[in-house]
Design a protein around this ligand. Structure first.
Ligand SMILES: [Zn+2]
Length: 393
């Protein structure tokens, strides 16, 4: 059995005082304890100690106790579309097949696959999520699940919804997402942003993902313009033209620390500076980008501009798994210049910050009410600890 076959162990620490020991404890990427134990009570971390406890403890072994993973951007409601859409035939074809396929599947199968995906997330230690939903079917499922995070109700087009529901909660908060600058009217995007901002919750939006999007915002014509017109969306009053998607949403006032810009794939140097200055959060989904667009986001340049990207998988319609361990392993393999500690932070603390949950998780700190993850690893030394975790071997 390889290490990869061994399941992550989730320690929820409910009930009385418990001690959990392991060969390694990662509090965050800059604080590692070798041979230590965590003291928890009622799910809250009381303390992290060095050495072995004198009292009874649960000894997990030679692996690592670490913060759970954060999948900052996924669409659970598309889980039934796994392995059923064409890659490499262009983004438009993919979007059209997605819409057709989703309609043909039926609610019951969609729901069953969401439940399966939620179970998979929990078992692999991906305990915090930013779920994007247009249909709303995932809401009751994740509310009942052991997962935490934000449910983003996503809107697109030009209709302004008559009812908007936003709520800040301990476990799952409800916020809003605009689909993208090329699919949603500027008025709709501004209203959604304003509502989520007033509640102090993050607002999520796909930005600068496809060439069609960039072409439309720059040239005010092209395949996408025709597509919108054919769907009866009147975009003639949108203030686009001669802009990049990032510059455009910046001109709409959408960029601030409570906005999550998802993808940022087609961005130039000026866009990077705009994103960096705005302190907006950025979430990258490299495996999905590779499958749908054959290219990868410039993570190194983001970091140079002061951006700390979070990680998402996007949906199973464009990616093999919803597991951030797999996303980190992909980044490790495709970005040889990135420090494994940075990749680890992308899958934990950066996601927690993007979702506004950094006082709850992302690190293992005293007073945090967060589950703890145990990842089995054997014969690991301090030098290659992070590399071994993110390479998911
Ligand atoms: Zn997405």
């Amino acid at each position: 059995m390889t290490m990869k076959d061994q399941k992550a162990v989730i320690i929820e620490g409910a009930g009385g005082r418990q001690l959990h020991r392991a060969a390694w404890i990662i509090l965050n990427s800059s604080c590692v304890v070798e041979n230590g134990y965590i003291e928890v009570k009622n799910g809250v971390i009381l303390n992290v100690h060095k050495g072995s406890p004198k009292e009874k403890c649960i000894d997990h072994g030679p692996g690592v106790l670490m913060p759970p993973l954060v999948n900052t951007h996924l669409h659970l409601e598309l889980s039934a579309l796994k392995n059923s859409l064409p890659f490499g035939k262009g983004f438009n074809i993919w979007v059209k097949s997605l819409i057709e396929k989703r309609e043909s599947i039926g609610q019951e199968t969609l729901i069953k696959e969401v439940q399966k995906a939620v179970k998979g997330l929990f078992n692999s230690g991906n305990l915090f999520i930013g779920d994007i939903s247009t249909l709303g079917i995932t809401k009751p499922i994740i509310q009942k699940s052991p997962l935490n995070g934000i449910f983003f109700h996503e809107f697109l087009g030009s209709d302004i919804p008559s009812k908007i529901f936003i709520q800040k909660n301990n476990k799952i908060s409800f916020s809003l997402a605009g689909h993208a600058p090329h699919s949603s009217s500027p008025q709709l995007l501004q209203i959604l942003k304003e509502h989520s901002k007033q509640s102090g919750l993050p607002f999520s939006i796909h930005v600068a993902e496809s060439d069609d999007e960039s072409e439309f915002i720059r040239d005010k014509k092209g395949e996408w313009a025709n597509f919108l017109t054919s769907r009866g969306i009147d975009w003639s009053s949108w203030d686009i033209g001669n802009k990049t998607p990032v510059a455009y949403i910046n001109s709409l006032g959408l960029l601030d620390p409570l906005t999550i810009v998802v993808h940022a794939l087609n961005v130039n140097d000026n866009d990077m500076q705009i994103l960096g200055r705005s302190k907006a959060k950025v979430c990258v989904c490299p495996r999905s980008n590779q499958n749908l667009h054959g290219k990868l986001p410039d993570i190194e340049k983001m970091i140079k501009n002061g951006i700390q990207p979070a990680l998402g998988t996007d949906s199973l319609a464009s990616c093999d798994s919803l597991d951030i361990f797999d996303e980190m392993a992909f980044i490790d393999a495709h970005y040889p210049g990135l420090d494994p500690k940075i990749i680890f932070s992308m899958g934990t603390i950066n996601g927690a910050r993007a979702l506004g949950l950094e006082s709850l998780t992302g690190s293992l700190l005293k007073g945090y009410k967060t589950p703890v993850l145990y990842k089995p690893l054997s014969s690991v030394n301090k030098k290659d600890l992070f590399e071994r975790i993110i390479s998911n071997e």
